[in-house]
Design a binder for this molecule. Structure first.
Ligand code: SAM
Length: 285
């Protein structure tokens, strides 16, 4: 919705909105899968929207991309292969390529046009895609995951909201396939929406993850451009708890941390101390 120079995104059955003062509408196209727009805005710089929903902005992209990558990396014992489902803006890949012990990073993005548009307007996010360890696979993640067995140490589901072709990525069937695709101590990370605005959706997502994974925990990180800013993420694991950091990785992370904008290991451990509200929403004792 546009109101004289503002891009207004409505949510929650159109009862709640976020607005961005627009400087320029840089890009607009309808791909095979979705409407892709890029705006230049006063407050958050460049802003990517898919089907009218905010995805990535210059201002806050580092928060999302750093937390979904460095948290599972620091918990994993051996991390050789990583899978990212969705994530066509490239930001999560950019963070994983910082870890030299990772041998392969597969990015399974359904819409190649998101990748191409991001290369033009978000070159910093896509900078990791040229790393020789990265394979970009244009495919539906829901179908791809069924063929992978005990292969990945970490799987990040960096998808759009649970509607249309992304809705399958929030089901217990998908989480069972992710479980099978993970190695014996594998970890899944995903974005799990805002419980203030979508209590039913959040409870459903965590209920589905709990049907499959023995360890399911959650944390929040502020996402300025997402509805309500209070954004939750899921950590689902076969063996290790999210605060059980791998001591062998602490030294190297200590030096990497200085170049990161959000993540550090102290924040990581504190992030899993949840409010009563958050615990109630995800069904945690
Ligand atoms: N961090 C962002 C957020 O939560 O708003 C998501 C960014 S990323 C651009 C989301 C990507 O997931 C989109 O490019 C979309 O095309 C992709 N996607 C959605 N459903 C998918 C599926 N079933 N398989 C693979 N990619 C999918």
């Amino acid at each position: 919705m546009n109101v004289s120079g503002w891009m207004i995104e409505e949510f929650f059955r159109n009862t709640f909105a976020t607005g961005f003062k627009v400087k320029a509408h840089l890009h607009s196209e309808k791909s095979t899968f979705q409407q892709i727009d890029v705006f230049d805005t006063e407050a958050v710089g460049r802003l990517l929207l898919l089907d009218g929903k905010t995805m990535v902005s210059d201002k806050d992209e580092f928060v999302y991309h750093e937390v979904v990558s460095h948290i599972p990396y620091m918990v994993s014992r051996s991390c050789k292969k990583v899978l990212i489902i969705g994530g066509g803006d490239g930001g999560v890949v950019r963070e994983f390529v910082k870890h030299t012990d990772i041998e392969r990073i597969d990015l399974v993005e359904i819409d190649e046009r998101v990748i191409e548009v991001s290369k033009i307007y978000f070159p910093d996010c896509t900078s990791g895609l040229s790393d020789p360890r990265v394979r970009v696979l244009p495919e539906d993640g829901f179908a791809f995951i069924k063929r992978a067995k005990a292969e990945y140490d970490i799987i990040v589901v960096d998808s759009t909201d649970p509607v249309d072709f992304a809705s399958g990525l929030f089901t217990d069937e998908f989480y069972s396939d992710v479980y099978a695709a993970l190695t014996e101590d594998g970890i899944m990370m995903n974005q799990t929406e805002n419980p203030f605005l979508d209590e039913f959706g959040v409870k459903n997502i965590y209920g589905n993850m709990r049907k499959v994974f023995p360890i399911v925990q959650s944390f929040t990180a502020p996402m300025l451009i997402y509805p309500g800013v209070f954004w939750t993420f899921g950590f689902s694991s076969k063996k290790y708890r999210p605060t059980d950091l791998n001591p062998a990785k602490l030294g190297r992370m200590n030096s990497l941390e200085r170049s990161l904008k959000w993540y550090n290991t102290k924040w990581h451990q504190g992030a899993f101390a949840l409010s009563n509200f958050h615990k109630h929403m995800i069904g945690q004792e």
